[in-house]
Design a protein around this ligand. Structure first.
Ligand SMILES: Cc1cc2nc3c(=O)[nH]c(=O)nc-3n(C[C@H](O)[C@H](O)[C@H](O)COP(=O)(O)OP(=O)(O)OC[C@H]3O[C@@H](n4cnc5c(N)ncnc54)[C@H](O)[C@@H]3O)c2cc1C
Ligand code: SF4
Length: 328
C-alpha cells in the first residue's frame, strides 16, 4: 500500500500554495481515484479542492456565462441558462458517463480526465504516456477506440471527454490561478497539446496551476445546436466519434458554423478549415461531403480503428443535415 498525505484547501490561493512535486488536486475524484487504485497516479499528497467556493454559474454583462471549476456535470447540464443558450453543452454533458458519475464529476476535472487507452491502465503494458520512453503497445494492439488524427509515433490515444468537445465548439476560455499568484486566461483552443514526443504532457497547465473557472462567450443568436455521440452502447460508454456543432443558416446559406469532434484525436478536435468550407454555402450533401473531405484528409487508422474514418464522415454529414434543418 502506498501512503499519501491529505489536506483540504479552504481557498484557491491556499490550494495552489499547497501544490508541489507529487501533489495532486482532487475534485470529484472519479478519474483520479481510479488511477490511484491502479497505481498509475502515485501522489505523495492530495489537496482536496472539492469544498472551494467555485461551484457557481454566473451570467456576465457581455451575455456570456462563467462556470466555476467545481460545478458538477449534472448541475451544469440542468442549468436553465445552459439549456436555453448552450444546448450543445447540456447535450454533451448528458451524453457522458452515468447520472451518479455526473453528480460527482466537476467541470475542471472533466477537462483534465485522462485517456481511456487500455494499455495506459495496464501497468504491465508499454505506454509512453504513463511511462515515457517505454513504447506504445496500442499501435499494433487493441486500438479500436484510439485516434486517427493528431497522433505521433509515441502515442495514438484519444481524449475521451464529451463536455470539452462542446466547449471547443463554443470557444470557451479557461481561467487559472498559478502557485505564484498569477492568473491566466487560456483559450480552449490553446489548452490541449498534441502528443508529439511528450505524450505524458497533455495540456499547457503548469505544475500546481488550478483551473478556477470556464468562460463561455455570448451565444450565437439564431443558431442550431447539436451533440451527436456514436458509441458501442446507448449509455455509459465513451465516444467512438462525436460531433458538437453550432450552425446558423440565413437566407438559404450557412452563415456561421463552429464544429468540434470527439473520439478522433488526442484532444477535442477542431479544424477551422472544415468550417471555412461550409460558410457561405447552401446546405446540402455537396457542401457536407466537402467538409468531411477537409476534416479527414489527414486521417490515418491503425487497423482496429480504421472504421472511425468512414463512421466520422457519416456522422458529420448526418449532423450537418440536422444542424441546417434538412433533417429533423
Ligand atoms: C465508468 C466511467 C465512465 C465515464 N464515462 C464518461 C463519458 O462517457 N464521457 C465523459 O466525458 N467522461 C466520462 N467519464 C469521465 C468523467 O467525466 C471524469 O472522470 C470526470 O469528469 C472527472 O472529474 P472529477 O471532478 O471527478 O476529476 P478528478 O478525478 O477529481 O480529477 C481529474 C484530474 O483533474 C485534476 N483536477 C481536477 N480539478 C482540477 C482543477 N480545478 N484544477 C486543476 N486540476 C484539477 C486532478 O488533479 C486530476 O488530475 C467516465 C468516468 C467513469 C469512471
Ligand atoms: S496510445 Fe498512448 S496511452 Fe495508449 S499505449 Fe500508446 S502511449 Fe500509452
Amino acid at each position: 500500500m502506498r501512503t499519501f498525505d491529505y489536506a483540504r484547501a479552504d481557498s484557491p490561493e491556499a490550494a495552489v500554495r499547497a501544490s508541489g512535486a507529487g501533489v495532486r488536486f482532487i475534485a470529484g475524484g472519479t478519474n483520479l481515484l481510479d488511477l490511484m487504485k491502479l497505481q498509475i497516479e502515485t501522489p505523495t499528497k492530495l489537496v482536496d479542492i472539492s469544498r472551494l467556493d467555485l461551484a457557481g454559474i454566473e451570467e456576465r454583462g457581455d451575455g456570456g456565462l462563467t462556470i466555476g471549476a467545481l460545478v458538477p456535470n449534472s448541475d451544469l447540464a440542468a442549468d436553465p441558462r445552459v439549456i436555453a443558450k448552450y444546448e450543445v453543452l447540456a447535450r454533451a454533458l448528458l451524453a457522458g458517463a452515468s447520472g451518479q458519475l455526473r453528480n460527482k464529476a466537476t467541470t475542471g476535472g472533466n477537462l483534465l480526465q485522462r485517456t481511456r487507452c487500455c494499455y495506459f491502465y495496464d501497468i504491465a503494458a508499454r505506454c509512453n504516456k504513463r511511462d515515457p520512453g517505454s513504447g506504445c503497445d496500442a499501435r499494433d494492439g487493441f486500438n479500436r477506440i484510439l485516434a486517427v488524427l493528431g497522433t505521433s509515433e509515441q502515442c495514438i490515444a484519444t481524449h475521451p471527454g464529451d463536455m470539452p468537445v462542446a466547449m471547443r465548439a463554443l470557444d470557451a476560455t479557461i481561467l487559472t490561478l498559478k502557485p505564484d499568484g498569477d492568473r491566466r486566461r487560456i483559450s480552449i483552443h490553446d489548452f490541449y497539446r498534441l502528443p508529439g514526443e511528450t505524450p505524458e504532457i497533455e495540456t499547457v497547465l503548469e505544475p500546481g496551476e488550478l483551473i478556477t473557472h470556464v468562460e463561455l462567450p455570448a451565444p450565437v443568436e439564431g443558431a442550431r445546436h447539436l451533440y451527436r455521440k456514436v458509441r458501442d452502447r446507448a449509455s455509459y460508454a465513451f465516444a467512438l466519434v462525436s460531433v458538437a456543432g453550432v450552425v446558423r443558416v440565413a437566407e438559404g446559406k450557412i452563415a456561421s458554423a463552429t464544429l468540434a469532434f470527439g473520439g478522433l484525436g488526442p484532444m477535442p478536435w477542431r479544424d477551422e478549415g472544415v468550417e471555412a468550407v461550409l460558410v457561405g454555402e447552401a446546405p446540402g450533401d455537396d457542401a457536407f461531403n466537402a467538409a468531411a473531405d477537409a476534416l479527414l484528409a489527414d486521417a490515418r487508422g491503425f487497423g482496429a480503428n480504421d472504421f472511425k474514418i468512414p463512421l466520422m464522415r457519416r456522422t458529420l454529414i448526418a449532423s450537418l443535415r440536422q444542424l441546417t434543418g434538412i433533417a429533423g
